[in-house]
Design a protein around this ligand. Structure first.
Ligand code: ATP
Ligand code: MG
Length: 317
């Protein structure tokens, strides 16, 4: 296992949340935020909070929303040297409102914001050159410049003997494009660890049915799959045939956003630190569950001390 940092690529945003449940943003209403956000940013913050070496390639605007993100990631110990600051475009943003049934309405400013401007510049190359692990967020494939960075990162990782993980949370509409589907398949083929949620397992495998999907992915060289099941916990499947189920922690869900990112970051970081799968899964379930108890997508990302306390004080289903 290569020793360099865990590196990810992609969108850095602020999230602004409606305070009341309801449908959309067609009338004035109380809002809370800005909170630092973006799936890759949440992921890398959780890695850093656990003491793992962590860095992100991203782009923010020359504004407070950008500063807020950089300061949070820096405070938590992430390498921010490859976050570029766009001179003109504003930092990406997402307004989110929960409907009473748990569905979400969004207003996004992503691809036409600084978040959509990531590119393979010198700082990005330098960070990817020293990476020991590349974590690919499927969501980042919506950004035009992301593929160049991912391809570069995959090649560097192959050269240094590092490892690759994928959260296949790519937008379904995106994968209907031939080009994006090919890129997605190439990442799956190089991944060691997959972190799908629900049906994303089938999207990653390119076939339906849990057993068939797992077999297809293991055939391609994936060694572990940690399948997220929301408030039902998660299961780790290994190439060797072992299966480990992890019960969910029983919590009051205040804000579900970011659970999957914290789960993945904790699982990967524990595995990179040499923990066995069952122990990594315990921390991953705890990290996901703890994060949903706090308002704000990365506000509940915990340190090992905080996760140990959470595990000791929270019952499991
Ligand atoms: P998101 O995309 O919203 O970040 P996800 O769909 O990728 O999330 P989930 O399965 O929702 O991932 O959550 C990841 C993990 O977090 C779950 O496997 C579980 O361990 C934990 N978790 C999430 N929601 C809850 C909950 N309500 N109660 C307990 N644990 C939860
Ligand atoms: Mg997810």
């Amino acid at each position: 296992e290569a020793l360099g940092p865990t590196v990810t690529i992609g969108e850095i945003l602020v999230e602004i949340m409606a305070e009341t449940p309801g449908v959309g943003f067609l009338e004035p209403q109380p809002l809370t935020g800005p909170y630092p956000s973006g799936a890759p940013a949440i992921f890398i913050d959780q890695v850093a909070r656990l003491g793992g070496a962590a860095g992100i390639v991203g782009c923010v605007g020359h504004d407070d929303f950008g500063r807020l993100n950089i300061e949070r990631l820096q405070r938590d110990g992430a390498d921010v040297s490859a976050i570029s600051i766009h001179p003109e475009l504003p930092t990406g943003s997402a307004f989110v409102r929960y409907r009473p049934d748990g569905a979400r309405d969004f207003v996004f400013n992503l691809t036409r914001s600084a978040a959509g401007q990531i590119s393979l510049d010198d700082a990005a190359k330098a960070l990817l050159d020293r990476a020991g692990h590349l974590h690919v967020m499927g969501s980042a494939l919506s950004i035009p410049g992301a593929w160049d960075l991912i391809r570069y990162g995959l090649d560097r990782i192959a050269e240094c003997g590092g490892s690759v993980s994928l959260d296949p949370n790519a937008r379904k509409e995106l994968l209907s494009s031939h080009e994006a589907a090919g890129q997605f398949a190439a990442i799956v083929a190089e991944a060691d660890l997959l972190l799908p949620s629900g049906d994303e397992l089938f999207a990653a495998a390119g076939c339906e049915g849990e057993e068939a999907a797992l077999a297809a992915l293991f055939d391609q060289g994936v060694s572990e799959i940690a399948l997220k099941r929301g408030d039902k916990g998660a299961t780790v499947f290994r190439h060797s045939g072992e299966r480990t189920d992890g019960a969910a922690f029983q919590v009051e869900e205040i804000d579900p956003t970011g659970a999957g990112d914290c789960f993945g970051a904790a699982y990967l970081t524990c595995r990179r630190m040499g923990f066995p799968p069952d122990r990594a899964l315990l921390y991953a379930n705890a990290a996901g569950a703890r994060n949903v108890t706090r308002k704000g997508p990365m506000e509940g990302a915990g340190s090992f001390d905080e996760l140990d306390a959470f595990i000791a004080n929270t019952s499991r289903a």
